[in-house]
Design a binder for this molecule. Structure first.
Ligand code: ATP
Ligand code: MG
Ligand code: MG
Ligand code: MG
Length: 439
């Protein structure tokens, strides 16, 4: 991509309305534009990162054997009356009337909708286990939308729903989700700690939230510092292996880690004092097991092996896809801008031409651009006629992990400069070698 042709409306001034760094940087880097309170347009750079994050979520859900689908954003109120949640959900639900006066709503979550699909088509235990998921826009009329995409009213969420014959099977689905979430967040360069939480309006017994530690987080959390030493890494996982998934679950949830809703002072004080931590966190996901709550209310039963109708055991599992952009930036930035982890960066490297219009420099930049593309890497080539300082500032702001700086002086010695955004370290090397380092 050539920057001269890209739509990157970078802001020089720090927007006054943005209270936290991720919101400021997303506005300054031209990633989003607010259209109404808590409702945003995703400009090309923001949209590109959103897609990267979405793809990782899809890959990890499909790897776990979960099936992608898509449900509508607008629902009829009828199903919510069946479950009893139409009144219970309260003011966060955006209620709409169609021209015929029928009550409709904009999806805040989709337990009812997916349970209706399930009960319409699945009659036998032989068609289970089944986990369906979607990545779809949600709307919640938050009292206080703020912090940009972190607490929007419209937001992009992955919501998955498991249907199982027994509680044991449903708990395996719960564990599968925990494992797939650990992998998902790690691929985005994030440490998200599973913490015992409260189930709120979804209802149910078992639930964990995944929290990214950050001073700007809205949740208060309490944990044993030993949980921050855990990482999933690239170990092999067989999602059909019940014991293996349960083992990961135990490994990651046995040490004390809770949100304020479930915090227990007595248990907390059983941890050695030097390991006790109180901090703030950003909720980037949550998993629930809620048994037969919806299947009983909505008549989602299957014929069991004994021939008798039995209500299915369910759980639901969410990832805040759009909130993740904010969480990643909160966790990875410096005074000059964003520092994208490799897994989600919108472009792999920026090419900065120090002397646009110089035949040799232009040709070298174009060669680097083609060489990167040949390796399946996406470069962003700053081919504008601007001062070097301005080009560097833009690259630092938008946070690409690598910058290749090309100028006539270096080219005379056959070298370009490769700079790491994270460490700021540079080395001079031939253009081919610089590209090879990115692969
Ligand atoms: P919160 O406690 O932040 O209000 P929640 O517990 O109500 O979130 P869930 O119902 O668990 O949210 O939804 C799954 C995920 O969707 C959350 O873990 C969070 O990452 C994301 N999410 C929820 N509400 C918002 C929002 N208003 N804006 C952006 N993301 C959100
Ligand atoms: Mg909420
Ligand atoms: Mg919550
Ligand atoms: Mg939640």
């Amino acid at each position: 991509m050539r920057l001269s042709r890209y739509f990157l409306p970078v802001l020089k001034e720090t927007p006054a309305e943005a209270q936290i760094v991720s919101h400021r940087l997303m506005l300054r880097a031209g990633m989003i534009k607010q259209s109404a309170a808590g409702i945003y347009s995703w400009l090309p750079l923001g949209f590109k990162v959103l897609r990267k994050i979405e793809n990782i979520v899809h890959e990890e859900q499909m790897r776990a054997g979960h099936m992608p689908m898509l449900m509508p954003t607008i629902q009829s109120a009828d199903l919510w009356r069946e479950s009893g949640r139409y009144d219970a959900y309260g003011d966060e639900m955006l209620r709409i009337k169609d021209r015929g006066g029928r009550d409709m709503l904009f999806t805040p979550t989709a337990e009812e909708l997916v349970t209706d699909i399930f009960r319409s088509h699945v009659n036998s235990y032989k068609d289970m286990p089944l986990t369906l998921y979607q990545i779809q826009w949600k709307f919640r009329d938050e009292v206080r939308p703020r912090f940009g995409v972190m607490r929007g009213r419209e937001f992009y969420m992955k919501d998955g729903y498991n249907f199982d014959l027994t509680k044991e099977d449903a708990l395996h689905a719960y564990n599968r989700h925990l494992v797939s979430y650990l992998r998902t967040y790690e691929r985005m360069g994030l440490q998200a700690i599973p913490m015992r939480a409260d189930s709120g309006p979804i209802g149910g017994d078992d639930t964990h939230e995944f929290l990214v530690l950050a001073d700007t987080g809205e949740s208060e959390v309490f944990y044993d510092s030993a949980v921050t030493d855990l990482s999933f890494g690239d170990r092999d996982i067989d999602y059909s292996d019940v014991a293996q998934c349960a083992g990961v679950m135990e490994e990651f949830t046995t040490k004390y880690a809770r949100t304020d809703e479930t915090h227990d002072e007595a248990l907390f004080h059983a941890i050695p004092e030097e390991r006790r931590r109180t901090a703030r966190g950003i909720e980037v996901g949550q998993i629930f097991y809620f048994g037969t709550k919806y299947s009983e209310a909505m008549g989602a039963t299957v014929q069991g092996p004994d021939g008798k109708p039995t209500p299915v055991h369910m759980g639901s599992h969410g990832i805040g896809v759009s909130r993740l952009l904010g969480a990643i930036i909160e966790a990875s930035h410096d005074d000059n801008g964003i520092i994208w982890p490799e897994g989600v960066t919108p472009f792999h490297a920026g090419i900065v031409n120090l002397k646009q219009g110089d035949a040799e420099a232009d040709a070298a930049c174009e060669a680097i651009e083609s060489a990167m593309e040949a390796l399946g890497l996406e470069p962003l080539y700053d081919d504008r006629n601007e001062r070097a300082g301005g080009k560097f500032a833009t690259m630092d702001l938008i946070g690409l992990p690598w910058r290749i700086t090309v100028g006539p002086r270096g080219l005379k010695n056959g070298v370009v400069e490769l700079t790491s955004r994270r460490t700021g370290e540079s080395e001079e090397l031939p253009p081919e070698a610089a590209v090879a380092k990115l692969a």
